[in-house]
Design a protein around this ligand. Structure first.
Ligand code: GLN
Length: 297
């Protein structure tokens, strides 16, 4: 059997198991199981596949047909161009979440805050002001948001919290892997967080509990419920973070959330009720509401 035939046969098995994008998945599995890169495949697709490689490929495909996420087989997911280790204790980083990171970076790179917004009487330039900039990521999970912010904007100080000790150990590993220094805290939202920040970001669990059973098996059976379940209406974490966040944000500081496609209005209204200004909903590449941001007065 040639590599190409093997990829085709595996794609058919994946499709029969109800997995979408079967050709792309089949290629990813081949690359993972055989330690190949795409160029290796393109160069050798008409060659015979050694039996031991076919065995490894078949074993990986069988797991994937059982709806184990590809990222749990490879142990990896790329996010913002950086490599992240993942396992069943953390949500697999999603491309949608890059919208949140991009929005945060836009603010951080805009020259904000001006020195006078930080400490009255300061002489320092915008750059020096940025060195004092403290950013908090709540529900950090794999650490993808915190780590990519620090990697792409190294002068800021980043703290990251999660309730789960297992998630935090993955996040710590990701911080190390990407050579970023982050202050990690095990905390139920703000419970063990002290001090004030200029920016708070969060992609909290936001799926309404009753919708969990309808999720794809990859998500429902293999990703942590703790990272998904947002309570009865999916908005519980936003309410708590907004209410408690006011006391942990400097005046003029920013709060940014990832949200579900239908939560923009409710989250904006809640932020308005707590006196936030400049509230804006930002869409993702699919045109769906994905991020809400606003400033403390
Ligand atoms: N902050 C992590 C992410 O965006 C985890 C989010 C979560 O667990 N809800 O992937």
């Amino acid at each position: 059997m040639t590599y190409r035939e093997a990829v085709r046969e595996t794609a058919g098995q994946l499709r029969a198991a109800g997995i979408e994008n079967e050709t792309a998945e089949s290629l990813f599995l081949l690359e993972f199981a055989c330690g190949m890169e795409r160029k290796d495949y393109l160069l050798s697709q008409m060659e015979e596949m050694p039996p031991e490689q076919w065995e490894r490929y078949r074993a990986a495909a069988a797991k994937r047909c059982g709806h184990i996420p590809l990222q749990h087989l490879t142990g990896e997911q790329e996010f913002m161009g950086l490599p992240f280790t993942v396992n069943r204790h953390v949500l697999i980083p999603r491309q949608d979440t890059e919208v949140l990171v991009e929005e945060a970076l836009k603010i951080l790179r805009s020259g904000w805050p001006q020195e006078q917004e930080l400490q009255p009487g300061g002489q320092a330039s915008g750059e020096a002001a940025q060195e004092k900039l403290r950013v908090l990521d709540l529900c950090t999970g794999s650490g993808c948001i915190a780590v990519s912010l620090k990697a792409l904007c190294p002068q800021i100080q980043v703290s990251a919290a999660d309730l789960s000790a297992d998630a935090l150990s993955v996040a710590r590993e990701n911080a190390q892997r990407n050579h970023t220094e982050i202050h990690f805290v095990q905390s139920d939202l703000f419970a063990d967080i002290s001090g004030c920040f200029q920016m708070i970001v969060s992609n909290p669990p936001y799926i309404p509990s009753r919708e969990i059973p309808a999720l794809m098996p990859e998500v429902r059976e293999h990703e942590p419920l703790l990272a998904l379940d947002g309570g009865a209406d999916g908005l519980g974490f936003y309410r708590r973070i907004i209410a408690e966040g006011v006391g942990h944000l400097e005046p003029g500081g920013w709060l940014l959330f990832e949200i579900g496609y239908d939560q923009g209005e409710a989250v904006s209204a809640c932020m308005r009720a707590y006196g936030f200004t400049e509230i804006e909903v930002v869409r993702d590449l699919a045109g769906l509401d994905r991020v809400v941001k606003g400033r403390r007065k």
